[in-house]
Design a binder for this molecule. Structure first.
Ligand code: ZN
Length: 332
């Protein structure tokens, strides 16, 4: 596995333990209900989603042993970007019309259409140039063709590069209204794009010959967008499901919304015949392993990202059981 886990992005690291005290966490020990949901999630994860399961189903951990009082002092100073050697990953063609432009831990995607390029989750301000703009050029694509930037949710590791793409290429930027609000209120260091398109539940975006379909799945953030992305492999059509926000906040309200969102998007994905899973973090879709496998794929070999409709639906089952395990931990 080429992935290093040391550069896990902010929104993956943030949720576990956020908003709960150590004593509340101590009460969240195993119970038969918890074990039942974790076992069901493990079974649904199978061989396809083991890293995702390991991440999502573990019990919340308190954040280090940092005393609460010290947290305020570590807040909004402008942090130094990590060195390129910590995050840089090569761009890669994944489908005929979908390209990986992410870092070692954070995925960004370019969807090519007859009407321009759609970027999904434009990374941070400090690596949008190296990974997305230069990445497109490396792959023989023109960043001036970027027409839209979809931001799955309003966390800095996904929107930080949006302002530059909006200013430099005139790209339209899409978030849900609740996540526009959340992002624009954020005092963190990542630059914010100017408010633009507000994505609503069930909305479709047509760019040239291609349509993306959005489902609002609150839970990770108030207005997380999950997306169906049409992809092609050697002329064969597939539908990729992108679960827009993954880490769960350990509260009843968030777990409940998370389960409802997973059920809703699972139904939409099933109806569309989704048979591919992509994510905005490699620990969830194993993009790093699969891109490595693609490099040695022979003619006629299966595409490593095409996992089939059953395994795609199993991911949603796993997600729901992990969230229900979380609820069961709280109920004790
Ligand atoms: Zn996030």
């Amino acid at each position: 596995m080429m992935q290093k886990q040391t550069t896990v992005a902010a929104c993956v690291a943030m949720a576990l333990g956020a908003g709960v005290t150590a004593s509340a966490l101590a009460r969240q020990t195993a119970s038969p209900d918890v074990e039942r949901h974790v076992a069901a999630a493990r079974e649904a994860a199978g061989a396809e989603h083991p890293r995702f399961f390991d991440y999502l189903c573990r019990a919340p951990q308190p954040r280090a042993s940092r005393p609460v009082a010290s947290r305020a002092r570590t807040q909004p100073t402008r942090r130094q970007p990590p060195p390129r050697s910590d995050w840089y990953a090569e761009p890669a063609k994944v489908f005929d019309n979908l390209y990986f432009l992410g870092t070692r831990s954070l995925n960004a995607w370019a969807l090519t259409t007859s009407g321009g390029i759609v970027i999904i989750d434009p990374l941070y301000d400090y690596n949008v140039e190296a990974e997305i703009i230069e990445g497109l050029r490396t792959l023989g694509l023109d960043p001036a063709d970027i027409t839209h930037v979809l931001v799955s949710h309003g966390h800095g590791d996904h929107y930080g590069g949006a302002q530059q793409l909006q200013r430099q290429f005139g790209a339209r930027v899409l978030l849900s209204a609740p996540d526009w609000d959340m992002m624009l209120a954020n005092t963190g260091s990542q630059p914010k794009p100017t408010r633009d398109i507000e994505v609503t539940d069930g909305q479709q975006l047509s760019v040239g010959d291609t349509q993306l379909r959005f489902t609002l799945t609150p839970g990770h953030t108030p207005g997380t967008i999950s997306t169906l992305v049409p992809v092609r492999d050697g002329g064969r059509s597939h539908v990729a499901a992108l679960w827009g926000g993954t880490a769960m906040r350990p509260t009843e309200e968030f777990y409940t919304r998370y389960v409802a969102g997973a059920q809703k998007f699972a139904a939409v994905a099933a109806e569309a015949g989704a048979d591919v899973v992509i994510s905005n973090h490699a620990i969830f879709d194993r993009a790093d392993e699969k891109i490595e496998a693609l490099a040695t794929r022979g003619a006629g070999d299966p595409h490593p990202f095409v996992i089939g409709e059953e395994a795609t639906q199993n991911m949603f089952k796993m997600i729901q059981h992990c969230a229900q395990a979380g609820l069961a931990r709280l109920a004790r």
